[in-house]
Design a protein around this ligand. Structure first.
Ligand code: RAM
Length: 351
């Protein structure tokens, strides 16, 4: 009997041991969860600020160059900057991208806006979630961002384009503007200043016949430029205040064999325009350095995100190799003056 009892006890003990082993296996799951949690912890607490640099649209060399500057600033500041945006220069699409970034809880947004007012509620959502916002290149209206990085004085950008076209066409004749999208805050502001410039007596013989929009898409801009030359056979000049439009317009003038009859100017990048400066389709154009603008935007965003400044008018911040900047009364920060490029200096630039 005792022997039988011992055997049964032994059996129970063995079963208990087996069960205990099984339990260990089952307990492996929570242990794995802990590991996951431990792995996630450094990402949340290692203190690396993650900002997002958002262009009007992806695939535009101007914005790629701006992003190079943003990455340079990120390396100097020890922060992370990711580059993402809408596939085309479209405000609705850009708002969708931004909503998803706000939901992810990024540490800051630097945006080139496709629409000044349409982006205000989105920018406000970000600010209310504790995400600082700076716009650069193309401004979000006040209320939707902390500060705006302005590439150059807008009046000066308008003026230089009228001066260039006047010089190129000998001071008189029909001109047209080929812009980006009809809602683009930066182009629309520059166009207003161009119109004001045209009111001046020295430009009385320049006749602005129309404004068309290529939406910052190469093919659409090219077709619009061809259309301008067909609709206005006496057209002497096209001003395109967009890097996409000016390159497409110059190509169209070349393809249509109109070099020397129709002159293109506006805002372009030296690398995209070199060929047309040399051919005479676009002998002169202007721009600032987009990489410097991206660099400045990340320095400003980081100064706000780290609490170094509040982002208010009068606040001063350090922008690395560019020096010290101050936020103006209207919330903007001015990068500097634009450069005029022509056959004499174009080969000094590589962007
Ligand atoms: C295009 C974009 C950008 C503008 C430049 C000049 O690349 O429209 O916003 O600043 O042109």
């Amino acid at each position: 009997m005792l022997k039988k009892l011992l055997t049964v006890s032994l059996l129970i003990l063995m079963l208990a041991l087996l069960a205990a082993c099984g339990g260990d296996t089952e307990e492996a799951a929570p242990a794995a969860e802990e590991t996951t949690a431990e792995e996630a912890a450094p990402a949340e607490t290692d203190g690396t600020m993650t900002y997002v640099f958002v262009p009007k649209g992806l695939g535009i060399p101007y914005f790629d160059t701006a992003n190079n500057g943003a990455q340079e600033a990120a390396a100097e500041l020890g922060v992370e900057v990711t580059y993402t945006g809408p596939a085309t220069a479209d405000a609705t699409e850009q708002i969708q991208v931004l909503n998803s970034l706000i939901a992810q809880g990024v540490d800051g947004l630097a945006i080139s806006a496709n629409d000044a007012d349409a982006l205000v509620p989105t920018g406000r959502d970000a600010l209310e979630s504790g995400i600082p916002v700076v716009s650069w290149d193309s401004a979000i209206a006040e209320g939707g961002r902390n500060a705006h990085m302005n590439q150059a004085d807008s009046e000066g950008i308008g003026r230089v384009q009228i001066e260039m076209i006047s010089d190129l066409i000998g001071g008189s004749g029909e001109i047209a503007i080929l812009s980006a999208t009809s809602t683009a805050p930066n182009q629309n502001e520059w166009i207003e200043f161009m119109k004001a410039e045209l009111e001046k007596p020295e430009f009385a013989d320049l006749d602005l016949v129309t404004i068309v929009y290529g939406d910052d898409e190469d093919e659409k801009s090219y077709n619009e430029a061809v259309g301008l030359m067909r609709t206005y056979p006496d057209l002497k000049g096209i001003i395109s205040p967009t890097t996409v439009g000016i390159a497409a317009a110059a190509r169209a003038v070349q393809d249509q064999d109109r070099i020397g009859e129709v002159f293109v100017t506006g805002l372009g990048t030296p690398n995209q325009m070199r060929e047309y400066v040399e051919s005479g389709a676009a002998p002169a154009f202007a721009l600032w350095n987009p990489a410097d603008l991206g660099y400045l935007a990340i320095y400003a965003l980081n100064a706000i995100a780290t609490g170094e400044i509040q982002g208010n008018p009068g606040d001063t911040f350090d922008a690395g190799k560019l020096g010290t900047y101050t936020i103006a009364e209207d919330g903007s920060v001015l990068l500097g003056a634009p450069t005029v490029f022509n056959i004499d200096n174009i080969n000094d630039f590589d962007f």
